[in-house]
Ligand binder design. Structure first.
Ligand code: HEM
Length: 442
């Protein structure tokens, strides 16, 4: 089992931020339930204790809405999706959309995902590729094939280029300066971010207008149709194109960049661990060459799924979530005044010695079915928790194992970077160098 080098904060990061009061939490003895900070101009509570987390994110989640600062960060890109709005409305919308993400639906998508991925890999020449770009391209193609009846395909280069522009306009500052435990929060070049976000939204506007201009297809009820129908069913009933773009943008961003991040980091971690790589490759051989029906791939890719989940532990695509208290609250005896921010530092929790043995080690075996029972309910949270938990979690995992297995079946891989990739939070967890991987034909 190798110890994966996880990189250190950039030297240019201000020291004041590096020497953060949170840095002690990765020490073995750390056992505090929370840390209170007045650092961001408002009172913030960083939560570690499972009971506090359960209280704020599940039991009393109605009191904790999306933080205003987070909403402002996302607004130029995502607007105000009906799905992510706080309150009862979003619960109903999630119920309707949830049908597109249940087990039967996922089994149907599997065949399309496999076909789409293998076709895309047919066109991929061996050589050095940025794993992040490759994974983003494949994940968007799968999203389009599974949930949008391929409606995104013709414009996917525009979508990817515009989103790259958005992420490039953000750069990460380390919130916690600790080897292996760096959590970044984004800073912005606002003008560039807004221009790129507008370009992204314009492309989605074209795609939605095209769908609205076509006669309804009786055999089709994909996510795009459903999002349009849900928006039309809102009070007022005559939504603007902008509001429809909000809903579609939320899914396109949430639904491909996250999975792409996991796939890229999984390839990197596997490239550092020959034994795990071989075991994942053996599974890939079985599904690709063993005539396994697409819906049965997950049963044969248990180690690959364990690698994906271990990667989500070490490099969660959403490393920190924030909420804002609407009213005064008492959580586990702590007074949380209205307006306070509560932070769930997922990336740190995933590395705490209190919850994990050898937390910086890539050990996929932790996630094999026979070991899973040892993982605490609140110590592994890559998809969040409570009513806002990721609606696409099963979709994302299914897609990630298909992408990893397909890539391993076609290529030998080795890391081609001079230094280990450094994680950077740019809306989702990305890396400083795109994770260059040498792919050699097998
Ligand atoms: C490995 C892949 C993924 C990860 C790690 C991930 C993670 C997350 C997390 C942590 C949240 C909740 C954020 C919060 O509580 O503030 C979230 C929300 C969401 N995710 Fe995912 N996600 C993934 C894949 C997907 C996919 C494939 C889709 C759709 C196709 C998707 C759609 C969404 C949507 C729409 C929300 C907003 C839900 C709401 O606010 O009610 N995600 N995701």
């Amino acid at each position: 089992m190798s110890i994966v080098k996880t990189g250190t904060p950039r030297e240019s990061a201000p020291r004041a931020v590096c020497v953060d009061p949170l840095s002690g939490i990765l020490q073995p003895g750390f056992d505090r339930s929370h840390i209170a900070l007045d650092k961001f101009g408002t009172r913030s509570f960083v939560l570690f204790d499972p009971e506090l987390i359960r209280h704020c994110f599940v039991a009393n989640s109605a009191n904790y809405h999306q933080a205003e600062a987070r909403k402002r960060l996302a607004e130029p890109l995502l607007g105000e999706s009906i799905l992510t709005a706080d309150g009862e409305q979003s619960r109903k919308v999630r119920q309707t959309i949830g049908r597109l993400f249940n087990r039967q639906a996922l089994d149907r998508y599997s065949a399309r995902m496999i076909e789409t991925t293998l076709q895309n890999l047919d066109d991929l020449a061996p050589g050095v590729h940025a794993a992040s770009d490759l994974a983003a391209r494949l994940a968007l193609a799968n999203l389009s094939a599974s949930l949008f009846s391929n409606a995104l395909d013709a414009r996917s280069p525009d979508i990817l280029a515009a989103l790259d522009g958005v992420y490039d306009a953000m750069w990460g500052l380390p919130l916690v300066g600790e080897e292996g435990g760096v959590t970044y929060y984004p800073r912005l070049r606002r003008k560039e971010r807004n221009e790129a976000a507008a370009a992204f939204r314009a492309v989605l506007g074209d795609i939605i207008s095209d769908r609205l201009g076509r006669p309804a297809d009786a055999g089709r009820s994909d996510l795009l149709d459903q999002l349009i129908a849900l928006r039309k069913a809102q009070p007022g009933g005559n939504p603007t194109l902008e509001r429809m773009i909000d809903d579609v943008a939320t899914f396109v961003v949430a639904g491909h960049e996250t999975t792409a991040s996991v796939v890229a980091w999984t390839l990197y971690l596997l490239s550092q661990d020959a034994r795990a790589l071989q075991r994942a490759r053996d599974e890939a051989e079985v599904v690709i060459h063993g005539g396994i029906a697409p819906e049965h791939w997950p049963e044969h890719l248990t180690f690959t799924l364990a690698c994906v989940e271990e990667t989500q532990r070490l490099y969660p695509p959403a490393p920190i979530f924030t909420r804002q208290a609407q009213k005064d609250d008492i959580a586990g005896g702590i007074a949380i005044p209205a307006g306070s921010i509560v932070l769930l530092p997922v990336r740190l929790i995933h590395r705490m010695q209190r919850f994990w043995t050898q937390p910086d080690r890539f050990m996929p075996e932790r996630f094999l079915p026979q070991n899973r029972g040892r993982i605490g309910q609140f110590s592994f949270l890559p998809f969040g928790l409570g009513p806002r938990m990721c609606i696409g979690s099963a979709f994302g995992n299914r897609e990630a194992i298909i992408l990893v297995a397909a890539i391993l079946s076609r290529f030998d891989l080795s890391y081609a970077g001079a230094t280990p990739p450094v994680p950077e939070l740019k809306f989702v967890m990305r890396s400083d160098n795109g994770i260059p991987m040498r792919l050699s034909a097998r």
